[in-house]
Ligand binder design. Structure first.
Ligand code: 9D3
Length: 231
């Protein structure tokens, strides 16, 4: 997979992309991630990339010219067109299902914005989808793009090492995870539940499912449906 990121702040990406699974996936050639600065495609002495909204109102809007020219350039860097995604609070929310769908593409072009938003002609002209990462306000699309990259890359075949497991991930069975324990058996007067030391794998599986259900009911009741309720 190739992922291009169009951004005004490419420096924000270096550290998060240089660790662990995402780093290893790049080294293994499972993903190539290329950053391109939208400002390199602005014109004039001031390198302007934003302007006042037509009709008035607060803040500034990303100009279509630099984003279009940047996208055109980036498109020419690889043979496939891929999917163009605008990171935007107006987008459909990122879900694990969406991440899985995106992980099947061979090219993604992510556009991270700043200011109050994008000139609408960017979305229409580029045939871009819009993706949000949740209902809170960020200062720009960069961290959202990193979240998308992180969620997608770990789903690429062979991205996870033997010590990482995708099958067991929260959300893959629609429930939150059960409580986990490792050594020592007693830590600051808190003991590992006896059942986990019992060796009874049937009982342990039952306990874990029950704990997962309890936690989900408490913290994320929206994830539960009738199939989780014993009749
Ligand atoms: C006053 C209206 N604001 C919209 C809620 C303006 C605005 C604030 C912050 C417009 C863009 C931004 C920057 N955010 C993103 O670019 C963004 C984002 C987010 O803020 N939350 C969740 N997902 C995303 S994806 C991109």
């Amino acid at each position: 997979m190739r992922i291009d990121v169009l951004t005004l702040f490419p420096e924000m990406f270096a550290s998060p992309l240089s660790f662990s699974i995402v780093k290893r996936a790049q080294e293994q050639g499972l993903v190539e991630i290329a950053l391109t600065n939208i400002r390199d495609f602005s014109i004039g002495d001031y390198r302007k990339v934003d302007d006042k909204p037509y009709g008035g109102g607060p803040g500034m809007v990303m100009m279509p010219g630099p984003v279009f020219d940047c996208h055109e350039h980036v498109t020419s860097l690889a043979p496939t067109k891929g999917r163009t995604i605008l990171l935007s609070p107006q987008g459909t929310p990122l879900t694990q299902a969406k991440a899985a769908e995106l992980s099947n593409e061979d090219r993604l072009i992510l556009i991270a914005g700043r200011y109050e938003g994008f000139d609408e002609r960017i979305r229409i002209g580029l045939g871009a989808e819009q993706l949000s990462i949740g209902d809170y306000v960020l200062n720009g699309g960069e961290l959202a793009a990193l979240v998308v990259i992180d969620a997608v890359v770990r789903l690429l075949p062979d991205a996870l090492g033997d010590d990482d497991s995708a099958k067991d991930d929260s959300f893959s069975d629609g429930l939150l995870e059960y409580p986990q324990y490792t050594r020592p058996e007693v830590f600051r007067d808190m003991k590992v539940p006896d059942i986990l030391l019992s060796g009874d794998h049937g009982k342990i599986a039952q306990w874990r499912r029950d704990q997962a259900l309890q936690r989900t009911r408490q913290h994320r009741p929206d994830l539960l449906d009738d199939s989780d309720t014993p009749q």
